[in-house]
Design a binder for this molecule. Structure first.
Ligand SMILES: Cc1ncc(COP(=O)(O)O)c(C=O)c1O
Length: 465
């Protein structure tokens, strides 16, 4: 038995000792839910804990264990879990009857106005929908509808949700390049029409545009890679992307579903000074509810307006729960708060991010383990509350999605499985080795978190050295 098997065995035993009720809940769940749940990231092995409640930085499971949580609702909960500010208002709304009606109501106007203002105004228009997956899918459809072209360019390691157009080049460990099949159920034709390029590689971008620029509908990119490693785009890369897309008549789409209102009370596009043609927002903007948005230049967004001939119009219009008035109200409170308190919120989150990333790297270094923590800002992003831990093989660099997602370059199992369980056993919940600090994380939470990484590093040394 290898050291990692022994360590896994030890951690599974410790985890099971503490989580008997979650285990029973999972056995029941497995009988009726696929793999026991509805989202694979939430379904870690041997089984997930079941949450009984969550407030601020913490989540409590059904066995009474408490965890400092950095998953924070898929990074949506920048104020922490169940913030009193939003809860109070929503409770009052519900008291007056705020369940679904299917009519237009005012809060969506205010939320759209706020977003347009924060994104620099001009001729922007917004349409709301209910998930990031849908927002990016509609953005691609708008681009294809407008340009009449059928190729879509995305980043290797970029996750934009599971729409057929963008479910390619998500995983690296399946093959040497980007071309592995990430999912069954996607027509060959669509698979072929999605092209993949390397993040922050302006020359590769230029080559692709030279060869295929006149067939490309859009280039979609996260200004700050999420699942692909919490890595910021360089200013130079996004500027070049803007120039190339403009030159070739291709739409530039920013996926700001993680980055929107995460680093500043606006999108990263404002900080980079690069205005995309379309952008997708989600997560934070819903104040804990299912809200996403496509924002874009009026002339492009008109592509989904009625009055166009059939076939010339993008049918971005369904959505039983789109712009649900309670969700819109929650989003408005959230963004209003972030804008009003930006001067204290964002610098503090950035300072905490720096301290946490450095503390984690130090904790591993003290045990002779090479662990790197991404998530820092750069020449444009002034600071960051995100952190992701990696265990590079043989001192390799950790600067691209390939580095962090390819098991030959980084030890993925150690991060995704072993580190996760070790931290849970020490009272900390992370995803992909890290997560997002929220406004409700206190200094003592961060200290406790660094201690938990330190205890984990000691275990790694004991079992893996
Ligand atoms: C950058 C990015 N885009 C799109 C999505 C998809 O959003 P959703 O899960 O709301 O469909 C995600 C989800 O994590 C994301 O991180």
């Amino acid at each position: 038995m290898t050291g990692i098997d022994r360590l896994r065995g030890h951690l599974v035993r410790e985890y099971k000792k503490r989580t008997a009720k979650s285990r029973a809940a999972f056995v029941r769940a497995e009988k009726v839910l696929v793999e026991g749940g509805s989202h694979t990231i939430r379904l870690w092995r041997p089984y997930p804990f079941f949450a009984a409640g969550a407030e601020g930085a913490r989540v409590r499971d059904v066995d009474g264990n408490e965890y400092i949580d950095y998953w924070q609702g898929h990074y949506a909960n920048i104020l922490g879990h169940n913030p009193a500010l939003i809860r109070r208002n929503i409770t009052a709304c519900l008291g007056k009857g705020a369940l679904h009606t299917g009519f237009e109501a005012g809060h969506q106007v205010e939320l759209a106005e706020l977003m347009v203002r924060r994104l620099g105004g001009g001729d922007l228009k917004v349409r709301f929908t209910t998930s990031g997956t849908l927002a990016t899918m509609y953005a691609v459809m708008l681009a294809q509808g407008l340009t009449g072209r059928e190729l879509v360019l995305k980043i290797g390691g970029g996750w934009h949700g599971s729409s057929p157009y963008l479910l390619k080049g998500v995983k690296f460990h399946q093959g040497p390049g980007f071309e592995g099949r990430d999912s069954a159920g996607i027509l060959d034709d669509i698979h072929r029409r999605t092209l993949v390029t390397r993040f922050n590689d302006g020359d590769a971008l230029e080559r692709t545009f030279k060869e295929k620029g006149d067939r490309l509908a859009c280039f979609i990119v996260e200004p700050f890679m999420g699942v692909g490693g919490f890595l910021p785009a360089s200013r130079e890369y996004l500027r070049r992307a803007r120039e190339l897309t403009r030159k070739h008549g291709v739409l530039l789409v920013f996926d700001e579903i993680i980055s929107g209102f995460r680093f500043a009370p606006t999108g990263l596009q404002t900080l980079y000074g690069v205005r995309p043609d379309l952008s997708a927002f989600g997560k934070i903007i819903g104040g804990g509810h299912a809200v996403s948005a496509v924002v874009g230049d009026r002339r492009i967004m008109e592509g989904c307006e009625r009055g166009k001939s059939a076939g010339g119009r993008v049918l971005f219009e369904g959505g039983t729960f789109s712009a649900h008035s309670e969700y819109m109200k929650a989003g408005l409170i959230m963004l209003g708060h972030l804008v009003g308190k930006a001067a204290s919120i964002y610098p503090r989150l950035a300072r905490q991010g720096d301290a946490l990333r450095a503390g984690i790297e130090r904790a591993f270094a003290a045990e002779g383990i090479d662990a790197r923590c991404t998530g820092s800002g750069n020449e444009v992003v002034p600071g960051s509350s995100l952190f992701m831990v990696h265990f590079p093989r043989g001192g390799a660099a950790v600067s691209s999605p390939q580095d962090v997602l390819d098991d030959r370059r980084s030890d993925i199992a150690l991060r995704e499985e072993i580190l996760k369980l070790a931290l849970l056993v020490h009272g900390v919940n992370v995803v992909h080795g890290g997560g997002a600090i929220s406004v409700s994380h206190r200094e003592q939470d961060l200290r406790r978190t660094i201690e938990a990484y330190g205890e984990t590093a000691k275990l790694f040394r004991k079992f893996l050295a």
